[in-house]
Design a protein around this ligand. Structure first.
Ligand SMILES: Cc1cc2nc3c(=O)[nH]c(=O)nc-3n(C[C@H](O)[C@H](O)[C@H](O)COP(=O)(O)OP(=O)(O)OC[C@H]3O[C@@H](n4cnc5c(N)ncnc54)[C@H](O)[C@@H]3O)c2cc1C
Ligand SMILES: CC(C)=CCC/C(C)=C/CC/C(C)=C/CSC[C@H](N)C(=O)O
Length: 477
């Protein structure tokens, strides 16, 4: 006898994780389940745009990899348009000079790279592509509806001990062991970690590989802003958005219409100054659980639900429309400065992690200067930039906007990932960020948790934590 679906599901957080979970839960449990999505700020979460003189730019999650198949499927299902993102020519600044500058001539570029680093860029590319190939196995498992009850089990199923090893070692150790040189690591790898994760090569090697895949070609974004995926999924899932802040979750026994006493979860939330509450059969927490970020208390759980203390990196996105002082990066005039992105090496005197000309969310307006010849520039920095700091980088500017984030986990291997199952029917998506934080990682975690909740509700234990899936599915027609 199939079990009847749950009456009500709560999802806390309307970022890409929460909204993709709503979309998949609707497909699995059907039309009669009531799905409430709680969001205390904006739908989209860390996918958000900022406006400079009438044009919108991504302030948070901006680039999507061509092999991020969940994101690809969402935009297709929702009928959204996409465009290719290019950051222009890249240079690497060490605080004194540009130690590397990309050329617009492919052949010159190759010669420059080989001259300085030998075949290390090629070897690095092959290392990343090999891991990406293994990562792609998750799509096969998920299309066959298999789910995993922990981040470690999921990673082991796709990449075996190698993937768990990546989680427990730094990128630096891993690449040093593989024979990459100090110079290559400092000048090519550390700058990519700094722009993507605001950290250096001390982060875990799994997120390191994800970050390096963010330097592949074919990166894309959603026209109108990546956050449109979240609002689209929310609407398509026919969920009910509750614009409120969840404060407590407590397990209680309730008597349902059937007359049977049932264990349910009470969610206490605040809308403005009003406190309300509702009961749910299943809850998905789709936001990082720590005091500074979600501030959710779990009351009277036996055994108690652990406190989460993971530190998230403080990163500020600043958009400036102005005339770049290109002489900061060498003795060059702006006319001879052809770079669209400046990455930085680890240097404590630098107050920015990166600087670049961002794509606007409208494809036809990209990488064009405005009428006065100036561009909008985007900077990532660990702290809010002062006016004096902005004036060190720009000869003049007429507009600056900023957005601070608790952006992604501070990575410090060995990583101990939080549980996905916090309690019987209470699940946690963002534990997946311990491996790597990216839109696709949240979408993949959401897919896994939605399948896990569905199988556990229906007692399909054979669909959870299956070993040897790769071999099993390889031989399946
Ligand atoms: C500056 C920056 C650049 C990035 N660039 C990229 C990129 O280029 N490519 C990429 O793939 N990834 C990128 N990322 C990472 C990516 O944006 C995130 O991994 C992803 O968006 C996380 O989505 P999420 O839904 O898991 O969490 P979130 O987006 O954080 O969603 C959680 C939501 O929960 C809400 N919430 C929290 N607490 C409560 C509560 N108590 N009650 C109700 N609601 C609550 C929050 O307001 C939030 O909206 C970037 C991130 C940042 C910050
Ligand atoms: C999950 C997989 C397999 C791939 C994701 C690759 C990817 C898109 C990585 C980027 C992650 C990230 C946190 C980027 C932040 S900064 C992005 C960009 N350079 C910008 O300037 O906004």
């Amino acid at each position: 006898e199939p079990r009847s679906p749950p009456d009500k599901i709560a999802i806390i957080g309307a970022g890409i994780g929460g909204t993709s979970a709503a979309y998949i839960l609707r497909q699995k449990f059907g039309k009669d389940v009531k799905i409430d999505v709680f969001e205390r700020e904006e739908v989209g979460g860390r996918l958000a745009t900022m406006t400079v003189q009438g044009q919108d730019y991504e302030a948070g999650g901006s680039i999507i990899h061509p092999l991020n198949l969940h994101m690809k499927r969402f935009v297709k299902d929702l009928g959204l348009s996409t465009f290719q993102v290019s950051g222009g020519l890249v240079g690497v600044y060490d605080g004194e000079t540009l130690v590397f500058e990309e050329s617009s001539w492919f052949i010159i570029n190759m010669i420059k790279l080989i001259w300085r680093y030998g075949f290390q860029p090629l070897r690095m590319h092959m290392w990343v592509e090999d891991l990406l190939g293994k990562f792609m196995r998750i799509y096969r498992y998920q299309s066959h509806e298999y789910a995993f009850s922990s981040v470690e089990k999921l990673l082991h199923a796709i990449g075996g001990d190698e993937f768990l090893g990546l989680l427990n070692r730094t990128l630096l150790e891993t690449l040093q062991k593989a024979g990459f040189s100090e110079k290559f690591l400092n000048e090519m790898i550390a700058p990519v970690m700094r722009v993507n994760y605001g950290q250096s090569t001390g982060l875990n090697a799994f997120v390191g590989a994800v970050s390096l895949s963010g330097a592949d070609s074919g990166l894309w974004a959603v026209e109108g802003g990546n956050k449109l995926v979240c609002s689209g999924l929310l609407q398509a899932s026919k969920s009910n958005l509750i614009s409120g802040s969840v404060m407590y979750i407590e397990e209680k026994t309730r008597t349902k219409q059937t007359g049977n006493p049932t264990k349910m979860y009470e969610v206490v939330y605040q809308i403005g100054s009003e406190t309300r509450s509702d009961f749910y059969d299943i809850i998905l927490v789709a936001t990082p659980l720590n005091r500074k970020m979600s501030n959710i208390t779990f009351l009277n759980f036996d055994p108690p639900i652990e406190e989460f203390h993971r530190k998230y990196e403080h990163i500020v996105t600043t958009l400036v429309k102005g005339e770049l002082n290109s002489s900061v990066f060498g003795s060059r005039t702006i006319d001879n400065f052809g770079l669209g992105t400046v990455l930085t090496t680890d240097n404590s005197n630098l107050f920015i992690n990166s600087l670049g000309i961002p794509s606007s969310v409208k494809k036809e307006e990209n990488l064009q200067p405005s009428a006065d010849g100036t561009y909008v520039w985007k900077m990532f920095s660990p702290e809010t930039l002062t006016k004096a700091q902005i004036l060190k980088l720009f000869l003049s500017y007429d507009y600056a906007v900023k957005k601070p984030w608790l952006a992604y986990p501070h990575y410090e291997p060995p990583e101990k990932c939080p549980s996905i199952i916090l309690h019987d029917r209470l699940y946690y998506l963002n534990g997946m960020e311990c491996a790597a934080s990216a839109m696709e990682m949240s979408a993949m975690a959401a897919h896994n948790v939605a399948l896990l909740a569905y199988h556990r509700w229906n007692g399909h234990t054979d669909m959870i934590d299956q070993d040897g899936l790769y071999e099993k599915l390889k031989t399946e027609l």
